[in-house]
Write a protein of this length. Structure first.
Length: 554
């Protein structure tokens, strides 16, 4: 269990009884999109701290903006957090649970002269707010009487005004160098039905206000946010101090996750979906957790990644290979081995009797003998990878070419004797070879003939056709989010579909998202959306090793 500055803060708080021996964190997503890998860092941190300190972590939906929220997102968030392996028990809440309390506290702020109804237009409010280098100006409505403010605020709730006609603002400091403290808006009018409360409300609290109150009402001890909320912390503290909430939570900030070749902006991810650059939020090229899950990422690999990158206040750009390596480590240990020929060409063993068959045995995992073996049918006609043959071999090519000998994995050594190709296109149609009968793997004579090449194969008689989807990084630029036009950085080779691939018949029994290592080809999983026993579809989760540095830009 690695340490970090937040963990150290909690340890000190417990040591000095600052939180009465309690640890309560929360994960508060907005239900306006799907969670992405950046959210996983926050999920693992908040739920992990609660687990390690024997506390509790709440799942709370920040549903204060009904114009962008949907139950589809709520259901996905619940499912995703559970998929990662975390449980909130009885502690699932919604900001809308506290709408009445938030309203009551707002009236109290008005009664104490700490809040007022402003009738400036949105454009005027922006103008009066000032800039980073110049102070703001006080609204001419700032000194309305308490009675007038209460009347206006109650009429706002009663639906007597149109959107944007009035807002409720805190009376703070228009000259503050912190823009967030220049009389921040805490209520706005929105004549939009809420997915939970229906038409009960036409005014909705702003995030900074509702979030602080929600934390306090739930007795959160450590409210952990990303660094962009650091300048919001004085407002958070002000709200907690000036409302009659039952506890005094504290906010702490850490750096958000930034990862190469990945875009984290929820708005831009939605744009990718709407523009048709991807098939949806769960497209395996998306950094969403539903997309990564469909691609073949495992909860263990994502949690290992979050542990490995650590928690700090320093902004950094994490190389995506760190995430990919975490998946390779997990699947290398836990994924059964299978054979798939992605781009097949026929290999005929001329001296193997027609109609004869025999079984070869392959381990389900080389490091787990207890997983047993599976049978591969060996016949005269086989299918091998097209890349495993060269008419004129390049230097260092140790696979098949005329006169060369290789081992057919789990079977015999064969010697290439000839080949046939299409006279029009030059495409290799068939390769011919002879096998050495005494060299079968697992027999006494297996090592009698030494060869450098070892290739995989499938029998034409039992190989099953499958669709293989080779996913790669969606962007060619290491920092697409910083570009003026991210579309120019889209990788045209981010998805390559192979329709003629062949797999072991054993793979027809694969469950959705079940992962395998296709020997020599990478790690793949059955697609949970399109894959069926009748029409199997496998997604490449990750290659066997990082090949991006040698192929990017091609």
């Amino acid at each position: 269990m690695s340490t970090n500055f937040i963990r150290q803060i909690i340890e000190e708080d417990l040591k000095h009884n600052q939180t009465s021996g309690r640890v309560a964190t929360r994960f508060p997503p907005e239900p306006n999109g799907y969670l992405h890998i950046g959210h996983a860092k926050s999920i693992c941190l908040n739920f992990g701290l609660a687990r390690d300190f024997e506390g509790q972590c709440h799942l709370r939906f920040d549903d204060t903006n009904p114009t962008k929220e949907d139950t589809e997102y709520v259901d996905s968030i619940i499912d995703t957090v559970r998929w990662l392996g975390f449980d909130w028990g009885q502690h699932m809440y919604y900001a809308s649970d506290y709408f009445e309390r938030c309203y009551t506290f707002a009236e109290s702020l008005i009664e104490r002269g700490l809040a007022y109804v402003d009738s400036l237009t949105p454009e005027q409010i922006r103008e009066y707010r000032g800039t980073l280098t110049s102070p703001g100006k006080e609204s001419p409505y700032r000194e309305r009487s308490i009675i007038d403010n209460l009347t206006l605020f109650r009429d706002m709730r009663a639906g007597k005004y149109q959107d944007g006609e009035h807002v409720l603002r805190l009376k703070m400091d228009m000259a503050s160098p912190n823009m967030n403290l220049r009389d921040p808006i805490i209520y706005r009018i929105r004549h939009v039905a809420h997915w939970r409360t229906g038409n009960a409300w036409c005014i909705y609290p702003m995030y900074d206000y509702a979030h602080a109150i929600s934390d306090a009402l739930e007795a959160i001890t450590h409210s952990i946010c990303t660094l962009e909320f650091e300048d919001h912390r004085p407002l958070y503290d002000w709200v907690v101090k000036h409302t009659e909430v039952p506890s005094q939570p504290h906010q702490y900030e850490f750096s958000r996750l930034n990862m190469t070749y990945t875009m984290m902006s929820k708005r831009k991810l939605l744009d990718l979906v709407n523009q048709g650059h991807v098939s949806g939020w769960n497209d395996p090229r998306m950094p969403t957790l539903v997309g990564l899950r469909r691609r073949g990422y495992t909860p263990a690999s994502i949690k290992t990644f979050c542990e490995r990158i650590g928690v700090s206040k320093a902004d950094s750009l994490i190389d995506v290979t760190v995430l990919e390596d975490c998946l390779r480590e997990d699947l290398n240990e836990h994924a059964p081995r299978r054979v798939a020929v992605l781009n097949p060409v026929k290999l005929i063993i001329d001296n193997y009797p027609e109609g004869q068959t025999e079984l070869c045995h392959a381990p389900n995992h080389p490091h787990h003998p207890e997983w047993g073996q599976r049978e591969l049918l060996f016949t005269r006609e086989l299918m091998i990878e097209r890349d495993d043959f060269m008419e004129e071999p390049s230097k260092g090519f140790f696979r098949l070419y005329p006169g060369a000998q290789v081992r057919l994995r789990y079977a015999y050594v064969v010697r290439c004797s000839s080949f046939e190709k299409d006279p029009q296109t030059g495409e290799i149609l068939t390769i011919h070879a002879e096998y050495l009968p005494d060299t079968k793997s697992g027999t006494a004579g297996a090592d009698a003939v030494k060869v450098k090449g070892n290739i995989h194969w499938l029998s034409s008689a039992e190989a099953v056709k499958a669709e293989i989807r080779l996913f790669d990084r969606l962007f060619k630029d290491p920092n697409p989010g910083a570009l003026d036009n991210y579309e120019e950085a889209l990788n045209p080779q981010s998805l390559v579909v192979l329709n003629q691939a062949l797999v072991e018949p054993e793979l027809l029994n694969a469950a959705p998202r079940e992962a395998f290592q296709f020997e020599r080809n990478g790690y793949f999983c059955m697609d949970e959306v399109d894959g069926t026993k009748e029409s199997p579809v496998f997604n490449r989760a990750v290659t066997l090793r990082d090949s991006w540095n040698s192929t990017k830009g091609k």
